[in-house]
Design a protein around this ligand. Sequence first.
Ligand code: SF4
Length: 105
Amino acid sequence: MHDFDHMLWQLSHQNIQAYKDEDGWYLLINNPCTHLLEDGRCGIYDDRPKICREYTNDFCEFDESSEDGFDLFFEGYDALLKYVRRRFKTWNNYATTRDEHLNES
Ligand code: SF4
């Protein structure tokens, strides 16, 4: 449940969505990279992160609608919270325990 708690925080930010496919859970960060140059090249190409090096354009989220391409898709915080409350019957207990722990420290 901790991972979903963290993902709820991530989806609390603008232009961040989440999806799950056969390979696992991913975030969609619909903001331009700060290293993207005006001419479309990468400003840190030689030092770009591993995820950039591994990314291919064989298939991406623009090839197919979100609803069709992903097993699960969450537009934002409210949609994910609804999902975790349905998936984890003890979610409200978890949230209460989490808050009590934080208040003790
Ligand atoms: S390759 Fe990676 S670091 Fe470079 S512009 Fe694209 S997303 Fe940013």
